[in-house]
Design a protein around this ligand. Structure first.
Ligand SMILES: Nc1ncnc2c1ncn2[C@@H]1O[C@H](COP(=O)(O)OP(=O)(O)OP(=O)(O)O)[C@@H](O)[C@H]1O
Ligand SMILES: Cc1ncsc1CCO
Ligand SMILES: [Mg+2]
Length: 268
């Protein structure tokens, strides 16, 4: 299946993505999913997260503004998602910056079956044991051992690992792909990674068998779709402000053919 045709699947199926995300990006993540053609819901109450995760097509977890209530909400939602076969995408925002965040990410990873772990290269370096540095929630220098560590982690946890940055890496434990689309403006606005995680949730929400290879394909398609849309948005944005708005418009208008034409994906 071509990368672009994954977008057609998303638009046809309009998957419901249950997001437990952070206070900074809630609105932009929801609008990003709508622009793409998916259906967002944000739900946090302990009383309903299990029910919501069970009726969703995917569960997207984001540790950006973590607190103890959210940690419990994520545990309840993840348990329900695993029980009902709903794929989970985890964005370990700021893992490595404080012990609390790192511990919270590790608890989710150890206690549940993830479909996809997506973070910037530093966060992924920390969680896969490759090392790296995290200051606040922004990426520092990526470790040179990152690829090996990602592959080993993906194999051990039967999951797909995505590390983003100027170049993106994706592995299912066997193959490793390098994705080279995107634009520096994405690093100049807050929440591009968080919105991308929600977008990955939409793509993975169209997969109804628990298959790491299909999850990897969905992740590659999601990152490429998002990053090609960003390239198109940047072409007529005056700066980060208008870029953010233009990105929503580009996600709304982009076609599968435009994605396939611009995609820069290679196997390492
Ligand atoms: N310099 C860059 N050039 C091109 N694309 C980039 C660049 N930096 C980041 N991206 C893209 O931006 C998106 C977000 O990646 P990034 O690694 O910045 O996530 P993040 O650090 O989790 O973001 P945030 O925490 O601000 O939400 C990805 O799609 C990535 O490919
Ligand atoms: C700035 C910021 N702080 C916590 S989450 C977040 C959004 C980007 O991850
Ligand atoms: Mg992030």
């Amino acid at each position: 299946m071509s990368i672009g045709s994954w977008l057609t699947r998303v638009r046809d199926q309009r998957p419901l993505v249950h997001n437990i995300t952070n206070l900074v990006v809630t609105n932009v993540a929801a609008n990003t999913l709508l622009a793409l053609g998916a259906s967002p819901v944000m739900a946090y109450a302990h009383e309903e997260v299990a029910d919501m995760a069970s009726i969703a097509k995917s569960l997207a977890l984001n540790l950006g503004t973590l607190d103890p209530e959210i940690v419990v909400a994520m545990r309840l939602a993840s348990t329900a998602a695993n029980r009902t076969g709903v794929p989970i995408v985890l964005d370990p925002v700021g893992a490595g910056a404080t012990p609390y965040r790192t511990r919270a990410a590790q608890e989710i990873i150890d206690g549940h079956q993830l479909a996809i772990l997506r973070g910037n290269a530093s966060e992924i370096g920390i969680l896969t044991g490759a090392g790296g540095s995290v200051v606040g929630v922004d990426a520092g220098q990526a470790s040179e051992h990152l690829i090996d560590a990602m592959r080993a982690f993906a194999t051990e946890h039967r999951t797909v690992v995505v590390a983003t940055g100027p170049r993106d890496l994706v592995t299912d434990g066997q193959a490793v792909w390098e994705l080279a689309n995107g634009h520096p403006h994405l690093a100049a606005i807050t929440g591009s990674g968080c919105s991308l995680t929600a977008v990955i949730g939409a793509f993975v929400g169209t997969v109804d068998t628990c298959d790491p290879h299909l999850y990897a394909e969905a992740a590659i398609a999601a990152v490429t779709c998002f990053n090609v849309a960003a390239e198109r948005a940047a072409a007529h944005a005056a700066g980060p402000g208008s870029f953010q708005v233009a990105l929503l418009d580009a996600l709304y208008h982009i076609t599968p053919e435009q994605i396939d034409e611009a995609a820069r994906v290679r196997t390492l």
